[in-house]
Design a protein around this ligand. Structure first.
Ligand code: NAG
Ligand code: NAG
Ligand code: NAG
Ligand code: NAG
Ligand code: NAG
Ligand code: NAG
Ligand code: NAG
Ligand code: NAG
Ligand code: NAG
Ligand code: NAG
Ligand code: NAG
Length: 683
């Protein structure tokens, strides 16, 4: 069969609409009507979740401190110096105003453990000048006669020796690189939380390697010690030494405002940090989408290797845990970089026995561009219209005595912000002339008309909010509705494609560079994003969003009022009326069965259409409207570098902050091709 080329720039969406009308007529199914009567499962409310813990939203809520030894509190007056063992965490309460002391004896290290000297030999091309620059910075703080060296990764470490010769001389005595790290697990709590918005001040770490100062602390000689204040409940410090290490941890005295001791874990290792954090690099966690009570987040690709064995191995064990917190709740302030602090104070934790962990489903997925393994976190039971922090963390070794203790105390990554949708249906301040802003009169409804769907069989890349209505069914029912719809349309496309000689010798094919697999893939990407609209609250006024189904009633039966209609008519129409593209959904099937009522759509990215035209035989008659042409504005949006905003929908779209220039180039190319296509079609 030869499909006659359609005249002019026929929108590809028109083809789909035709297919869908056919579908609708042939496949109208009474099952769907049945499904429409299904009641949604009741939403999980925050407070129902776990009665034992009390709600973290409750002002009386107090985290449980059971894991820590209160008995230490008893013996304040005589403080022994605690002995730190290599690679062993030391948990301890530190009472306000008190300095706890620790010693790390080098003699405990076995002969076989690598000395710094052996590392140095591999690092000869590093110049001493580089080190000396570093030394100057450190000189004010520390004046010990320890020995300095390069770490394995050739980064200069703290350094204060006088000359290279001296270093070489001392190295023979067996200098050790020391990684000292600590986490604040508990911090004093304000007597009156309404008076204090600040968290308690941080602990301070003092380190001495001089036998003249075996009790470092606020009262000791500052020339013989290094002092460092914890950062959000965490500290990391590395240096090299030939002598025993003396450590003091001082808790500030703020007993007038804050009650209780600090509790912390400290560890010294010659292998690496037991506790660590990294908030300089980009967050490893990406916010994909949310609805009024849920959110979907994924990690970056955990590997970019195509080796199946390696991928399978990674897929077996999700490596991360996640902490989440309502941003308006200050409980984690002061311990945001501390793994054990987050365990204690974060509202939601996916750790073993973590708080409210049943609000988060986590697992591995290969969804997204490149289909590489990543871990995903799917929240439910969140509060509507709320900003959250998601903090990814990782522990290396969970078994005690594991051969690799480095990172065993936990590594904390940079936090990612995410928001839930409003959960309120459209509402408008009657006194205001603005469209859809700041509700005074809230039209109460259960929870919005956007719902996240995922785990689709055919549109396997879809994982975002779609127009919904709780009367239609739960998320699984909704997902199946959209997925079946797309899969059926794809069936028609495959029949049409079967008429094209795909398997023919290259010279007889429709293109030298594209084959039928490319066409199928491009069609699927386009089809899924066109038939499964990405949904935003109707009250969201972002300029890239397209209002839909404005003539339809909301799930609670309310309609948009005339004043709102005229405001939108002025903004998008001729001032009096609005076109079909605004009054209805893109596909009538959505209005017919789901009946979401007014919502806003994140339009598919324009490149999905261009790629379809490029990849498929021109005899199939696909074309795309170009920017400025009729129909473009209500069909596509131009993909652009964005600052974490999803301005258009594409497979794997998410709130990604770092842009790439590759997309700009490919769009430019497709535009050239398109001009050609539309010239041909016009003939
Ligand atoms: C902390 O300060 C209070 C008064 O400000 C004082 O009574 C108390 O003894 C101090 N505690 C310590 C351990 O210094
Ligand atoms: C806490 O401080 C607020 C404001 O100063 C005051 O109104 C309230 O009574 C205080 N509560 C307690 C328990 O002291
Ligand atoms: C040691 O500390 C310095 C900063 O003082 C840092 O630049 C370096 O990366 C650290 N080395 C390691 C191995 O973490
Ligand atoms: C995964 O890798 C692919 C291919 O390199 C890339 O396009 C995609 O953006 C990556 N995904 C994430 C979440 O980093
Ligand atoms: C876990 O151990 C590996 C191997 O020693 C190390 O490379 C990695 O940095 C550690 N991870 C963390 C989070 O510390
Ligand atoms: C999605 O599928 C995965 C694996 O099949 C499963 O673990 C997860 O619970 C599903 N999530 C939802 C929301 O259905
Ligand atoms: C959703 O509804 C369907 C049909 O009533 C039911 O079979 C399924 O178990 C429900 N799924 C969830 C996750 O509640
Ligand atoms: C189509 O071309 C791609 C490369 O562009 C190739 O990987 C694929 O195997 C080809 N498919 C067929 C059916 O020839
Ligand atoms: C809104 O407009 C419709 C038709 O344009 C009209 O029938 C209706 O009375 C109007 N409602 C109000 C409250 O003005
Ligand atoms: C499409 O939108 C742009 C800006 O969003 C506007 O300038 C243009 O006039 C619109 N085109 C049509 C045909 O409505
Ligand atoms: C892309 O984004 C930049 C800045 O974010 C903006 O100036 C530009 O107009 C945008 N381009 C298009 C085509 O929307």
């Amino acid at each position: 069969m030869h499909l006659s080329p359609l005249q002019s720039r026929l929108a590809a969406s028109f083809i789909a609409s035709c297919l869908l009308v056919v579908l609708y007529l042939t496949l109208f199914s009474p099952n769907l009507a049945l499904a429409a009567e299904l009641e949604d499962a009741p939403p999980i409310l925050f407070d129902d979740v776990d009665s034992d813990l009390g709600s973290p939203l409750d002002p009386m809520y107090e985290p449980e401190f059971a894991a820590f030894d209160r008995s230490i509190l008893g013996r304040r007056q005589v403080r022994d110096t605690n002995v730190l063992k290599n690679n062993e965490a030391f948990p301890l309460n530190v009472v306000q105003g008190v300095t706890e002391r620790f010693v790390f004896e080098l003699s405990q290290l076995s002969e076989r453990e690598p000395e710094v000297r052996s590392l140095e030999l591999r690092d000869e091309d590093h110049t001493w000048e580089e080190q000396e620059e570093d030394e100057e910075e450190e000189d004010e703080e520390e004046d010990k006669d320890d020995l300095n060296d390069e770490s394995l990764d050739t980064e200069p470490v703290d350094s204060n020796s006088d000359s290279a010769e001296q270093k070489l001389g001392k190295r023979k005595q067996g200098a050790r690189q020391i990684f000292l790290s600590a986490n604040t697990c508990l911090q004093p709590q304000a007597f009156n939380a309404t008076k204090t918005t600040q968290p308690p001040p941080q602990l301070t770490l003092y380190v001495s390697t001089s036998t003249d100062n075996v009790e470092p602390g606020p009262d000791a000689d500052s020339n013989s010690q290094v002092a460092m204040v914890f950062n959000e409940g965490a500290i990391m410090y590395n240096f090299t030494t030939t002598t025993d290490v003396y450590v003091g941890v001082h808790a500030p005295n703020v007993t007038e405002i804050f009650d209780g001791p600090y509790n912390m874990k400290i560890a010294i290792s010659t292998d690496g940090y037991i506790y660590s954090y990294d908030v300089d690099n980009d967050a490893d966690l990406i916010w994909v989408d949310s609805d009024s009570q849920g959110a979907l987040l994924i990690t970056h690709n955990l590997t970019d290797s195509n080796d199946e064995k390696k991928q399978q191995q990674i897929m077996e064990a999700p490596p991360y845990v996640l902490f989440a917190q309502d941003k308006s709740d200050p409980s984690i302030n002061g311990v945001k970089y501390s793994f054990c602090g987050l365990e204690q104070y974060a509202q939601i934790a996916t750790t073993k026995d973590g708080k409210y962990s049943n609000m988060v489903q986590t697992g591995m997925t290969t969804r997204g561009q490149g289909n590489f393994p990543k871990q995903q976190f799917f929240f439910s039971g969140l509060k509507p219209s709320t900003s959250y922090l998601g903090i990814l963390a990782k522990t290396n070794a969970t078994d005690p005595g594991s051969p690799n203790p480095v990172g065993g105390g936990g590594h904390v990554f940079k936090a990612t912000n995410f928001q839930t949708k409003s959960g309120k249906l459209f509402s408008r301040d009657p006194g205001s002339n603005q469209v859809g802003t700041n509700a005074q009169e809230l039209i109460q409804a259960d929870h919005g008309n956007c719902n996240i769907i995922l785990n689709l069989t055919f549109c396997d890349q879809v994982a975002y909010s779609v127009p919904s209505n709780s009367k239609f069914g739960n998320a699984s029912v909704l997902a199946k509705f959209y997925d079946d719809y797309a899969a059926e349309a794809y069936g028609y496309f495959k029949k049409a494609l079967a008429q094209i000689p795909c398997e023919a010798p290259v010279t007889q094919r429709y293109s030298l560079t594209r084959n039928c697999s490319d066409c199928e893939a491009a069609y699927k990407d386009w089809l899924c994003s066109v038939t499964i609209p990405r949904c935003e609250d109707f009250s969201n006024d972002a300029s890239y969003l397209h209002p839909r189904a404005m003539s339809q009633p909301f799930p609670n039966g309310e309609m948009l009022d005339n004043a709102t209609m005229s405001l939108y008519a002025e903004k998008y129409g001729d001032g009096k009326t609005l076109g079909k593209a605004f009054m209805q959904s893109r596909s009538s099937r959505i209005d017919e069965f789901i009946k979401p009522g007014p919502y806003k759509e994140v339009l598919p990215c324009d490149y999905l259409c261009y790629r379809l035209v490029q990849s498929c035989p021109s005899s199939m008659g696909f074309g795309c409207p170009l920017p400025g042409q009729n129909g473009f504005n209500s069909s596509y949006y131009i993909k652009n570098e964005t600052n974490g905003e999803v301005v258009c929908n594409y497979p794997g779209s998410a709130h990604i902050f770092s842009g790439s220039s590759r997309d700009a180039v490919s769009v430019a190319l497709t535009v050239v091709v398109l001009v050609l296509v539309s010239l041909l079609l016009a003939c």
